[in-house]
Design a protein around this ligand. Structure first.
Ligand SMILES: [Fe+2]
Ligand SMILES: [Fe+2]
Length: 390
């Protein structure tokens, strides 16, 4: 959806339409005219072909030993890099914003990040896992994206708060919040088509659930590490595939005759959801951000029971079997416990261990809530489109 770029593709129309349809102050008109003209210039001369650039990148990913052989693929490299530059310019500027640019950048980031998981596929697919070229691209996108994400939160104010008190308050509130409009839609209105669309989107993370957590456990032993390990072991079904949480997700998909292949529905995933996945890749990889990662995970575990209740209610309303909703019912139960572990046995002990940096737990929590709500709204929008098309 190239919302702004597509809308600005007819230069003279937008201004004359403005003049005909509404009374406009001259100064407003000049400002709008300037903006439209800038957008038009961008749209007419540099409208990026994101699909072509993504395909070029996929080809680069498959090049054997990419770092050494990049100079043999300069055409692909040029197409790809010029599009990244254009997308960065529009995605994170107040002036343009563009869902298409956000989506392109997050799909690229995801394609790089996913190399950190093992998919039990062709081993040659991993030859570029540690490529410096891929790292450079990843860092370039992440730097602009993360600065933009942070600019939407008042991070500095968190430093002045009593971390223990706020963690307790936020956790209590998110354990039992009022039902949001988005939640009410999922619970009361979503059709079977919308429900399937929601499952498609959620499957990208659901089928590899808790994989990010596995990347944070290595290191010195202590009580905090032990609780995080216990959490992973539970998410991973105590070593029994049938009990692994991702298996419950696969069961939900098969009950509805949907594909259980990981990434089968990659194209259905909105950028807002990809952003939460890419954010988790980033924080789980950087030890410096361990407190932010834990803050985010605390929010996830605490908020899941309330967030999944509308999905479970929808499945019941739609007459689905107990198996077709087992992932929701399981999480509504166990994540109450996981949330308590994360608060009492991980986050609060970390406040004691890192009193000066403890505010970063709040940052991780707040950011996860913000990005999670944004993702939930995007899922609802996609599900509503599916409802209408039914
Ligand atoms: Fe889980
Ligand atoms: Fe959990």
């Amino acid at each position: 959806m190239q919302r702004n770029l597509a809308a600005s593709a007819t230069p003279s129309l937008s201004l004359s339409a403005l003049m005909e349809r509404e009374v406009v102050e001259p100064r407003d008109l000049i400002e709008r005219g300037d903006r439209a003209q800038k957008q038009d210039q961008f749209a007419l001369f540099t409208l990026p072909n994101y699909a072509e650039a993504e395909q070029a990148f996929v080809k680069l990913l498959e090049v054997n030993n990419l770092d050494e052989n990049l100079d043999q693929h300069t055409r692909l490299q040029t197409v790809f890099e010029s599009t990244v530059a254009a997308a960065l310019a529009v995605a994170y500027s107040d002036e343009y914003q563009s869902d298409a640019a956000h989506l392109f950048l997050h799909r690229i980031l995801y394609r790089i990040n996913r190399l950190k998981f093992f998919w039990y596929d062709d081993l040659n697919r991993y030859t570029n896992e540690r490529s410096l070229y891929l790292q450079t691209i990843r860092n370039q996108i992440e730097a602009a994206w993360q600065a933009w994400e942070l600019s939407q939160l008042d991070a500095a104010s968190l430093k002045r708060l009593n971390v223990v008190e706020i963690l307790r308050d936020w956790s209590a509130a998110d354990l039992d919040p009022e039902l949001s409009d988005t939640g009410r839609y999922f619970q009361d209105e979503m059709t079977l088509a919308g429900y399937r669309k929601m499952l498609e989107i959620a499957s990208l993370d659901g089928l590899v659930e808790a994989s990010q957590l596995s990347r944070t456990l290595g290191g010195v032993a202590n009580e905090i590490q032990s609780v995080m390990t216990r959490l992973l072991v539970e998410e991973y079904g105590v070593g029994k595939l049938a009990r692994k949480h991702s298996t419950h997700f696969a069961t939900m998909l098969s009950e509805l005759g949907m594909s259980t292949e990981p990434e089968a529905y990659f194209d259905a995933v909105p950028w807002e959801v990809l952003a939460t996945i890419n954010h988790s890749f980033l924080l789980s990889e950087r030890k410096r951000d361990y407190l932010r990662y834990v803050g985010g995970l605390l929010h996830t575990e605490i908020s899941v029971p309330a967030a999944f209740s509308p999905y479970s209610a929808a499945a019941e309303r739609l007459g689905l079997s107990a198996e077709a909703m087992s992932y929701w019912t399981l999480h509504i139960k166990v994540d109450k416990l996981h949330g308590r572990w994360m608060l009492d046995e991980v986050a609060l002990p970390l406040v004691e261990r890192y009193p000066h940096d403890a505010w970063e737990l709040l940052l991780g929590y707040k950011q996860q809530r913000f990005m999670g709500d944004r993702a939930g709204e995007a899922v609802a929008r996609a599900a509503k489109v599916a409802d209408r098309e039914e």
